[in-house]
Design a protein around this ligand. Structure first.
Ligand code: ADP
Length: 209
């Protein structure tokens, strides 16, 4: 639907200053309230603006945006995480690749002998080794993994909104969900896995509700 210049102006005004009454909009535009009746009807029928008695007009997109944001901020990572796939740091890359196939995952976490997270191996890390003619069965995962302290992590209690932001900001597919292993040390136990697939499932669930 094509909006007129005046309707666009009203939409921007309400987006910026809403909720705002019809009288206030008319005043800003230096026209009478009745001269605006058609424009406001078009904008509300198109679902761009909505009006509440004694409150005025508000921009629907803004309300939708904060509704989605608030919903996501109230969902915890733990409620949508999956089971992690893990290898030991002296395992060969072939073990990580086998797990990727058997467990149908794209990211494997690497732990040391205390079960503390030390690295992350993705599909591309494995492809890089293949490009360099590396031998999967004799190269340890530690050679190709992204290692601590460069691992981006989440916790069971973090909200889904900020965890999703980490995934997008760091351009990665997956976050390890961790719990502290020892109170005083910077060591983390891998408790789960949060992936783009988990976030897509959440989106579908919210859509179906
Ligand atoms: P792919 O390599 O399959 O595209 P990613 O985009 O997740 O998968 O990985 C890109 C790079 O980022 C890889 O080198 C990988 O080791 C690294 N990486 C993946 N997940 C994380 C993470 N949570 N924290 C830090 N680095 C990561």
């Amino acid at each position: 639907m094509e909006l007129t210049k005046r309707q666009e102006y009203i939409m921007e005004l309400v987006k910026r200053d809403g909720p705002i009454t019809g009288e206030q909009i008319a005043e800003t535009l230096h026209v009478t309230r009745s001269a605006l009746r058609t424009d406001l009807a078009v904008l509300t029928m198109a679902g761009i603006l909505d009006a509440r008695p004694r409150v005025g007009y508000y921009y629907v997109g803004k309300v939708m945006g904060s509704f989605v944001g608030n919903t996501l901020k109230n969902i915890r990572v733990e409620d949508f995480q999956s089971v992690p796939s893990i290898v030991k740091e002296d395992d060969p890359v072939s073990e990580a690749v086998t797990k990727m196939f058997l467990e149908d995952v794209g990211t494997i976490f690497v732990v040391n002998e205390h079960n503390a997270l030390v690295g992350v191996v993705s599909r591309k890390d494995c492809l890089k080794l293949a490009l360099g003619q590396g031998v999967f069965s004799s190269t340890p995962v530690t050679v190709i993994m992204t290692r601590m302290p460069n691992i981006i992590m989440t916790t069971p209690d973090e909200d889904i909104f900020s965890a999703a932001r980490k995934i997008i900001d760091h351009q990665i597919d997956c976050l390890p969900v961790v719990k502290p292993l020892a109170a005083e040390k910077e060591e983390w136990e891998v408790y789960g896995r949060l992936t783009k697939t988990n976030l897509t499932k959440l989106l579908l669930e919210l859509g179906e509700e």
